[in-house]
Design a protein around this ligand. Structure first.
Ligand code: FAD
Ligand code: EPU
Length: 347
């Protein structure tokens, strides 16, 4: 018998409000904290994954829990950061899936490892970052991603995924498509830059920030500080007001669709999205449809960012979901554009 395999702790009838940033008060029948990969094998041995389809949870910052959960919740809390390879110009660094993403970014910036400073202050865990290929301020996870290690609940095996196997796209990966629910990420390895760093500062908000602060040649620390400051001014802190960041993805439309909208709404903002496609900010569409800062019951949209749905206190998952669908319908009616949720809806 393998004595190194330990069973994880199981708690029953747990209020999930501290474990999701929308602060929905749903309950989980069973809440299991995974602090090392071998614990997944320990529960696999008991046919656990064959009987149930557990909900995998990191920091709960991109989920909407619609109702109480009968299926067990696996909270991934695997720690540890390790430099695994160092060369003149780059390093490979791996992190346990449970490490807080922002702590990982801060660690890397402090050490002078460049590449993820634009992704500062994104809530959640390292293990969830590949699921939607997190992105902000001109950078996506895929730009520095090397590989990840995962546990496969169907076979009890471990598998390494290289970047080519992850099929990363805008807020998308294979883990949201054909491998949805079939992979539990246990560690992630990134390839980061040692000085001299390539600085990505083309995003309009960074340009504005550096111009108004008189910073001509920003360092990775300057980018980190700028991103933190911009984010704090625009986005609600989930510690103070329940939210899950952007509730919808920014829609990507054909150029012809955009051109028609532009004729009717000359101030519509847009971003190039490659090969005849244009990305339209959903926040703008939602604001124009009259929802910005509007409160209905316990739910609303944030006053500084219409794309962020907020729980003003006591909102149920169902209530937030219904509100989101109303916003979706009204945007469709006004602009003919379909909004797809970015947030993962769990029921
Ligand atoms: P969770 O919410 O716990 O889970 C998200 C999904 O990943 C779920 O489907 C879950 O089942 C799955 N999952 C989680 N961990 C694992 C694992 N180890 N293995 C397999 N599946 C797993 N996102 C951006 O991309 N850019 C932003 O700028 C951004 N800003 C945000 C700002 C705020 C204020 C908030 C609240 C959210 C923001 N987000 C942003 C969304 C969110 O922070 C990211 O999607 C983050 O990666 C989610 O991490 P998490 O650990 O909280 O994942
Ligand atoms: N806008 C409005 N009204 C609003 C909000 C935005 O008109 O209420 C307009 C802005 O004026 C700007 C444009 O929309 O012209 C873009 O706004 P912003 O820079 O705030 O970015 P976003 O497109 O709303 C995206 C991501 C964020 C990410 C930022 C910065 C998506 C769905 N959202 O937001 O990610 O932090 O860019 O890169 O792609 C998240 O995924 O949870 C998230 C917060």
């Amino acid at each position: 018998m393998n004595t190194s395999i330990t069973k994880p702790p199981v708690q029953e009838n747990i209020n999930l409000s501290p474990y999701n940033t929308l602060r929905v008060e749903a309950k989980a029948d069973q809440f299991i904290t995974i602090s090392e990969p071998s614990q997944l094998l320990a529960i696999y041995n008991k046919d656990f994954f064959k009987k149930y389809s557990p909900v995998i949870l990191g920091g709960g910052s991109n989920v909407l829990i619609k109702s109480d959960l009968k299926q067990p919740v696996l909270k991934i809390s695997i720690p540890g950061i390790e430099i695994i390879h160092e060369r003149d110009k780059e390093i490979l660094i791996k992190s346990g899936a449970g490490v807080t993403w922002h702590d990982f970014v801060s660690f890397c910036v402090e050490k002078g490892f460049g590449g993820i400073e634009n992704l500062a202050l994104i809530p959640g865990t390292v293990g969830a970052a590949p699921i939607q290929n997190i992105g902000a301020y001109g950078v996506e996870l895929k730009d520095t991603f090397h590989s990840l290690k995962a546990f496969l609940p169907e076979t009890g095996e471990e598998r390494v995924f290289s970047i080519n196997e992850c099929d990363f796209g805008y807020r998308d990966s294979i883990f949201k498509k054909s491998l949805k629910g079939k992979v539990i990420i246990t560690e992630v390895t990134l390839r980061l830059q040692k000085p001299p760093h390539t600085i990505e500062d083309s995003y309009y908000a960074l340009q504005e920030y550096f111009q108004s602060n008189g910073i001509k040649s920003p360092t990775i620390k300057d980018v980190f500080n700028a991103v933190v400051e911009i984010r704090e001014s625009k986005l609600p802190n989930p510690e103070l007001i329940g939210n899950a960041g952007s509730f919808f993805k920014n829609p990507i439309v054909e150029v012809s669709v955009y051109q028609k909208l532009k004729q009717q709404y000359p101030s519509i903002p847009s971003f190039e999205a490659g090969a005849g496609k244009i990305k339209i900010p959903a926040g703008w569409l939602i604001e124009q449809a009259g929802w910005k800062g509007k409160k209905v019951g316990n739910v609303g949209t944030y006053k500084n960012q219409a794309l962020v749905l907020v729980n003003h206190g006591g909102a149920t998952g169902e209530e937030i979901y219904e509100h989101a669908m109303k916003i979706r319908e009204s945007v469709k009616e006004k602009f003919g554009v379909e909004l797809d949720p970015e947030v993962n809806v769990i029921s």
